[in-house]
Design a protein around this ligand. Structure first.
Ligand code: HEM
Ligand code: CU
Length: 540
């Protein structure tokens, strides 16, 4: 084996140089912190998935199936709370961002390693409080906590609000850390024009995290105060205004959808380059469109409020601004496709997820433009059509990107290869299962099935059965991934330093990397993903 690609076979890596529990719990290593976040968010994904299956089983028949209506309200709330707040928001930035961002920049560490460790504990404390609320009596407000109901609901809304509030601090700290790291810890040769596009994506995300999260924190605390002390900000019977809640909530939560989707787009860019064996087409446009999306995302929150009584003129403006996001997204899609065009495509599992992503994001984005059209949205608002739209984006795209990242970086993180055939079967099952689950929901919504309803007319049953069948396929696919990844940790073939032959900068380190990432300071003398030279990068 070429010594430069053999990695550091005999040298200790970040996993085995210290193995005590204490060394993990007190670690300041961004890679270990990334792994801890990965474990935590995967647990959240599993929990959210169990709630999802309970919902889909309940909807198999038009009447009651396995639970009563009050339980149903709790289950969809806990599903949304777990998936959005505990899984989606931290998933890619906190797990993969922590692991690969410093490697990509050629840094030894993030800028504030202790704060980084604190972010894990803050997340865990917030998640624990949220889980406590769930076990205590759950909540039945929906993940959006709309007032005035959330100010009066007899369920355990307060601990869940405070749990999500605490998780917000973890998000803010992570964002600050990544911004500072990108500014201060780049290796020699890493000019601004060479920064990998995944880093740009995480950078754009971090800006949103830092700017928008405090607004969410405020609104959640205000609802909690209203519940505990009756302050009268949102509750009309106390002189408050419930619509104010919607403005504050969506001022954060619309940008938050980009906290989820921008990192996903960053993953896609890396994987597209690695498996097309070409540098990205349109580097500047991809980086610029990231900031275009982040910026416009701050001015479109009113599209969630077309039927809240806001002025028709206001709705029109919010509708047009929302549609601008589609232009920036289309720029990225065009550039990914142009990168693949004429490339030496190597259809490995991560690329398969990318193809799923591009197809489903386009579908989700186009239905986004449709629901941003006020006249259409008056019909679709609060129906299954919206449920289908945002699942196309959040599951169809963000989760696909998460799985692409998990497979692409698995050998980097754990030094093991996964069984490719099983991974291929799982990926096909998941993409197909996704379409069977969520395509019928567009039709159901258009027929008028409201979201968050426990019962429906019997002519809608076949589409609901189809959706539940698709969800079962999804569950099967995830189960398979869980099994073979755990299996590979012990029995998988040992991975070479750069199993994909990628030219991404994170592959300039061994797999798994040493405790300080590189043995000597790396030099980035070529553009990232430069495939014009035939040999794989030198491993520092
Ligand atoms: C072209 C881009 C997009 C446009 C124009 C768009 C537009 C919209 C509109 C108008 C609504 C509100 C509809 C209603 O409630 O009646 C909506 C809902 C939603 N969208 Fe999008 N969207 C786009 C992309 C995205 C992305 C990228 C994500 C997530 C990563 C996303 C996640 C959501 C969520 C979570 C909701 C529903 C929230 C709820 O009520 O529970 N959308 N979208
Ligand atoms: Cu929105």
């Amino acid at each position: 084996m070429n010594p430069s690609t053999a990695g550091s076979l005999a040298e200790p890596d970040y996993l085995n140089h210290e193995t005590t529990v204490r060394s993990w719990l007190l670690t300041r290593d961004h890679k270990r912190i990334g792994v801890m976040f990965l474990v935590l968010v995967l647990f959240a994904l599993l929990l959210g998935g169990v709630f999802a299956m309970l919902l889909r089983i309940e909807l198999l028949t038009p009447g009651p199936t396995i639970m009563g209506p009050m339980t149903y309200n709790r289950v969809f709330t806990l599903h949304g709370v777990t998936m959005v707040w505990l899984f989606m928001i931290p998933a890619i930035p906190s797990a993969f961002g922590n692991f690969v961002l410093p490697l990509m920049l050629g840094a030894k560490e993030v800028a504030f390693p202790r704060l980084n460790l604190a972010s894990v504990y803050i997340y865990a404390a917030g998640a624990a409080l949220t889980l406590f609320g769930m076990v205590w009596s759950g909540a039945d407000t929906g993940w959006t906590f709309y007032t005035p109901y959330s100010t009066t609901s007899p369920t355990a809304v307060t601990p869940i609000l405070l749990g999500v509030f605490i998780i917000g601090f973890s998000t803010i700290i992570t964002g600050l850390n990544f911004i500072t790291t990108t500014h201060t810890l780049r290796a020699p040769g890493m000019h601004w024009s060479r920064i990998p596009l995944f880093v740009w994506a995480i950078y754009g995300t971090s800006v949103i995290q830092v700017v928008a999260t405090p607004v969410l924190a405020m609104v959640l605390v205000l609802v909690a105060l209203e519940r505990v002390a009756g302050v009268g900000i949102f509750d009309p019977s106390r002189g408050g205004d419930p619509v104010l809640f919607q403005h504050m909530f969506w001022f954060y939560s619309h940008p938050a959808v980009y906290i989820m989707v921008l990192p996903a787009m960053g993953v896609i860019t890396e994987v597209v380059c690695a498996f097309s064996r070409k540098n990205i087409f349109g580097y500047r446009m991809i980086a610029a469109s990231t900031f275009g999306i982040a910026f416009v995302g701050f001015f479109s929150w009113g599209h969630h409020m077309f039927v809240s009584g806001q002025s028709t003129f206001g709705s029109g403006i919010f509708g047009v601004l929302s549609m601008l996001v589609a232009i920036f997204t289309a720029i990225k899609i065009f550039n990914w496709v142009a990168t693949m065009y004429g490339g030496a495509i190597d259809l490995k599992v991560p690329l398969l997820y990318v193809l799923g992503f591009i197809f489903l994001l386009t579908f989700g984005g186009m239905t986004g433009v449709a629901v941003a059209t006020t006249s259409l949205d008056v019909h679709w608002h609060d129906t299954y059509f919206i449920v289908a739209h945002f699942h196309y984006i959040m599951v169809g795209s963000v989760l696909m990107a998460f799985l692409a990242a998990l497979h692409y970086w698995w050998p980097k993180m754990f030094g093991r290869l996964f069984p490719e055939r099983w991974a291929f079967v799982a990926a096909c099952t998941i993409i197909f299962g996704f379409i069977v689950t969520f395509l019928p929901q567009f039709l159901l919504g258009n027929m008028g099935m409201p979201r968050r309803y426990y019962q429906y007319p019997s002519e809608m049953q076949w589409l609901n059965v189809l959706s539940t069948a698709g969800a079962s396929l999804l569950a099967f696919g995830f189960g398979l991934i869980g099994i073979y990844l755990l299996w590979s940790l012990r029995y998988g073939k040992e991975s070479p330093a750069n199993p994909w032959g990628s030219r991404g900068y994170e592959w300039f380190s061994a797999s798994p990397p040493g405790p300080h990432n590189f043995r000597e300071p790396p030099r980035f003398e070529r553009e990232v993903h430069d495939y014009t030279v035939s040999e794989a990068p030198h491993v520092y």
